[in-house]
Design a binder for this molecule. Sequence first.
Ligand code: ADP
Length: 489
Amino acid sequence: MPVPTTFRGLAWALVMTWMIGGGVAASVAALVVLILLHSLYRRRMLLPLKDLIGFTKRVGQGDLSQSAPLHRQDEVGELAAAFNHMVGRLRQSRDELVLLLHEAQEANRLKSQFLANMSHEIRTPMNGVLGFTDLTLQTQLSEEQRDYLETVKDSAESLMRVIDDILDFSKIEAGRLDLNNEPFTLRACVESSTKTLAAAAAQKGLVVSGEVDPDVPDEVVGDAVRLRQVLLNLLGNAIKFTSAGAVRVRVSRMPSADQHLAAHFAVSDTGIGIPPEKQALIFEPFRQADGSTTRLYGGTGLGLAISTRLVEMMGSRIWVESEPGRGSTFHFTCRFGTTAALAAEALPEAGPPPATGPLSVLLAEDNEPSRQLVLCLLKDAGHAVTVAATGHQVLSLLERQTFDLILMDIQMPEMDGLETTAEVRRRGSQSGTRIPIVALTAHAMHGDRQRCLEAGMDGYVSKPIDAAELMAAIYRAAAARQPVLPTGS
Ligand code: ADP
């Protein structure tokens, strides 16, 4: 019997509905399973990895204080453990580095301290040696005695130069040497350098001359003392290595793109010359063109190394042209600031300060030989001297007596020269008087002068004392004496 068409259609529709419904249900189930798997995967894999990424980012920013979470035994857990190990090693290395850095800083501080002490300890006895040799040379002596003493003086001066070179080099190496930037007279600087060495050159029958081209300005701004040091080193070498002929320094102007003055210095001689293969080497510390020159001419091999560093600090360079047997020319360039307002007293060589009448001087000095030396020098110059051995003695003498000037040693027992000066200034500002104070000290490192001036002193003379320099500083300070105006006037 034939199945009616409507029934067949119905059955077919039912089958289809069942099949589609099953498919949808299966799909939904599969989707649910997928979502479940994804969230499981996210929880088990992605979140721990995200934590690790955050952790490595914090480590990358320098935070070594944390550890990666370690609650898994699988590969992610191993990765976290490896990270922790790495961060532990980094932490250890960082701590070691910090320790080493502190040790290096402390060593540097001790080295500077050692340099300052060495400088002080060597200068103090040398002050006695040089000063008393000078004084003895001014007395009645036999020819032979004078000869011996001149040799003592020469040797002491050579020793001072070597000590100064070693200290200078150490200061430069330790980065503790700064350049001054003050107005000075370029021509006076060149002239004083050639004059200083004229006697040594004349002894060898050499002529030393200095020439500054007319278009080089007279007034420049820079470090006159260090420029002079470079010139003296080059001129000293030129004289040392030349037996006949002439030594000459010439300064010419170079084109400059800015407001600075660029100058070219050439120091030439007609001496032994330097072989081409040695010309670069001699600018290195402790190197000499020929070992036998040390025996023949003496020298530490530090002069050119110091000059090179100084010239570099002045923003320039140094080089040599030389032909063995015919002579050498050392060149260097320098950049200076320029100024129209040149203080006439910027360079001591500019002229002696005005002499004043006899002064009443209070000398604060605890070292016996230094005290004797200054006493002799001042008395010879007609000044009256009262001596104090400590800062406290200075203060109590000032309560009872008036003085025209104080010469103040820095390193004294109980109360040092800087503290004493501060107290003198404090009391002076109450009483309305301001007595000139000149530092007289073996503290000759860079910055010591500034420290003395900042403490309220008016001048600074370093040991070994140069008699002329001491007198100049005394007269300058005495001439600049000013009354303290009452407060509010
Ligand atoms: P020092 O002169 O104390 O040995 P320097 O550093 O000033 O030290 O010079 C290093 C070396 O360069 C000298 O020993 C010498 O060999 C060589 N030298 C320097 N200047 C001259 C010069 N004008 N003529 C010949 N040689 C020179």
